[in-house]
Write a protein that binds this ligand. Structure first.
Ligand SMILES: *Cc1c(COP(=O)(O)O)cnc(C)c1O
Length: 359
């Protein structure tokens, strides 16, 4: 077996311990004589899995009792439509802060279904900052305020929750479970699984119970948060395998010491990588220091003609998927929970050596 260090932005690395458990479980899961893919989602064993999964997630994130945990399909992208469909009527106003490509996409979806207003926009500086809250042009009557806690492409992360009384809705796809958060500060949180939760195919939504009632009629069953809340997310056949892996990931995070422990590791990983970038002449990261992401670290090379060699040599050194998003160029190291500190150390060492040879 030969595992590389995988810096993919998503689908992303999973903990080796989890992969080994899956491998062992496949032929005979939990004494059923079947794989987990072959059992009914209504079986006693699977219902138990779902309950344990929620209990562990609630403990990890300290989710208050007046919030529902929902598992949907369609990724974070479908939630971008479900948010305005559930929380607003067609004539209601909703506020969006755009600090990157995902926030822009969320705004575009909301504009189809509500009076969605762009109240702050970081596109003028290529999504490298979060506009100061004092400059946000907030509506008086917004049903909610939408933010993207961590912009995966440019690597911009809120390290502090915005203020105000309006329910905050956040796309946390690439930051959820990287650190403790105060769930009670949000009206709703959503996240595709394939960064910090598990495999693609399942999506998490955490919704305050008083926001579950849809604000318009005739929504399709599968577009209503409420139908997931009322059916323990078994309104139709759920993605059972992805759910099973998420459960294993949560158990792994509990074994690691929970989110306080993960935050400490994640902060250390990102700070040493940013320090290496800032201390070099070859590499740079353009994001304002106070909102740099702990999870996605983009960097460019001073001489872009070295990009191809950097990618080829890093790959040969067992450092996979470092190519940056095409809209930013250069490199990006996504260093989610399952990317060990040793991977970051190896990357920093490789970068220094590459600079010595080419700088
Ligand atoms: C990956 C990502 C998405 C897209 O998620 P899908 O599950 O593919 O729909 C949306 N928002 C953010 C912040 C992401 O990182």
């Amino acid at each position: 077996m030969s595992r590389v260090y995988n810096f993919s932005a998503g689908p992303a690395a999973l903990p080796l311990e989890v992969l080994e458990t899956i491998q062992n479980d496949i032929p005979d899961w939990n004494g059923t004589g079947m794989s987990v893919m072959e059992v009914s989602h209504r079986s006693k064993e699977f219902v138990e899995l779902a309950a344990r999964c929620e209990t562990n997630l609630r403990e990890l994130l300290a989710i208050p009792d007046d919030y529902s945990v929902l598992w949907t399909q369609g990724g974070a992208t479908l939630q971008m439509a479900m948010v305005p469909l559930n929380l607003a009527g067609p004539d209601d106003t909703v506020d969006y802060v755009q600090t990157g490509s995902w926030g822009k996409k969320a705004l575009g979806e909301a504009q189809k279904f509500a009076n969605a207003r762009l109240i702050a926009d970081a596109s003028d500086r290529n999504f490298t900052y979060i506009p100061d809250e004092s400059t946000w042009d907030r509506s008086d009557d917004a049903r909610y305020l939408h933010i993207t806690s961590n912009e995966t492409i440019a690597g911009v992360e809120y390290h502090q929750l915005p203020g105000g009384d309006v329910p905050i809705v956040s796309d946390m796809s690439s930051t959820i479970l990287s650190r403790p958060i105060d769930v009670s500060g949000y009206g709703a949180i959503y996240a595709g699984a394939q960064k910090n939760i598990g495999p693609a195919g399942i999506t998490l939504a955490i919704v305050r119970n008083d926001l579950l009632e849809p604000q318009r009629d005739n929504l399709p069953h599968l577009m209503m948060w409420k139908s997931y809340a009322e059916s323990d997310s078994m309104t139709n056949t759920p993605p059972t395998f992805a759910w099973y892996v998420a459960d294993l990931v949560f158990q792994y995070l509990q074994d690691m010491g929970g989110l306080d422990a993960m935050a400490e590791i994640n902060q250390r990983k990102s700070e040493k990588l940013y320090a290496a970038i800032d201390g070099s002449d070859l590499y740079s990261n353009p994001v304002d220091k106070h909102c740099r992401s702990w999870m996605n670290v983009p960097f460019i090379l001073a001489d872009a003609s070295l990009d191809a060699a950097f990618l080829e040599e890093s790959k040969a050194a067992g450092l996979a998927n470092l190519k940056g998003h095409r809209s930013v160029g250069g490199m990006r190291a996504s260093i989610y929970n399952a990317v060990p500190e040793a991977a970051v150390d190896a990357l920093i060492e490789f970068m220094a050596e590459f600079e010595r040879k080419n700088g």
